[in-house]
Design a protein around this ligand. Sequence first.
Ligand SMILES: Cc1ncc(COP(=O)(O)O)c(C=O)c1O
Length: 422
Amino acid sequence: MQNDIPRHGLRPATVGVHGGYDDDPSTGATAVPIFQTASYAYGSTRDLADVFRGRAPGHVYSRISNPTTYALERRLAQMEGGVGAIATASGMGAITAVMTALLRAGDEIVSVRGIFGGTVSLFRNVLSRFNIRATLTAPDAASVSAAVTDATKVIFAETIANPVMDVPDLPALSEVARSHNIPLVVDATVTTPALARVKDFGADVIVHSTTKFINGHGTAIGGAIVDTGNYRWAEGRFEDLASLARKAGQMALLARLRNVVYRDLGACPAPQNSFLMLQGLETLSARMPIHCKNALRLAEFLASLPGVEWVNYPGLPTSPHKPVVDRLYGGIGGAILTFGLAGEADPARCMDSFVLARRMTNLGDAKTLVLHPASTIFAEYDRSERLNLGVTDDMIRVSLGIEDFEDIREDFEQAITQSTEN
Ligand SMILES: Cc1ncc(COP(=O)(O)O)c(C=O)c1O
């Protein structure tokens, strides 16, 4: 076992490899062991009660915490520069847990529009049943600010909105949130800490679908919640968290999640899946630049094709979002783009013509994936509602993998040629 690895001041790429775990003391194993156990035995009733009641450290039941998952939580929190994290069974599990911890009947969410359809569905079909209302707005600070009411308790945004590709100016949204003393909750699935630490842009709580780039290989579903420490729970508008903060300080939200909301909702990850996410974090910073470079090159290529009517990629110089991308993400527009074919060309014909790119409802895989959002994730909405949500019938979404770009280019060229010729 090696004890001399520095634990502080490391950069995110290094933390992704070394963070959150010390070599196993009994064997020296450097890979995080998979603690495939539901529960944990103690020598005495008192010892078990002490851990159960938080008077001593330890794990009592894997729905509440698990050593493999705990290593993932620590590693991700360190990468994001947060005070702590909780890993969940899915990205939706993370968003549900955060909203359930923060909101009660009568409260409102102001969310930027054009975000993941599952999140819109959570707002519209589930939270609305508990009298929690969500207003979707344009992503600029003025629109978000205009939508905030006295009942608003959360502002929600995605770093790069999937699938409309809007890139909100997070520091400006954070100022709006600050002025109302409410937290800014940011879904950073599409950018990950490899592109930016959104804590530095004023995000208060970060949620991830770790299913995507963090896992990186499409092998498990998972999510995570990170408290960045930016929002002062002790002085916030959440009475229960303010009173808990007197004991738990900045850990108030995570304590309430761990001991009540997350525990009671039951959306904990399987230890095996936490292991896969830990492995994904080790190579995330190496993979992201390849995903993103392939996206930029495909966007440029598609923009040059007469058979393509439009391309939406925030990293293109022609995108209205490029100035924010330059300021926040070093000019890198992420690894997802959307496009539409010219004329009356059938998007399904194009989709069916891909041989390398996979027709799948996922993103952030090592493989390039294509999806027709209107007939899948957004199929539950009628056409006018889909258009409201920014999803046109001709939209094809691409999540770029890490293959050789020339192979991706050839696949797109042949699929588009086949679908646009008579
Ligand atoms: C931006 C974003 N957030 C959240 C989710 C939900 O994550 P999961 O599928 O892991 O529940 C997704 C899924 O596609 C997503 O794209």
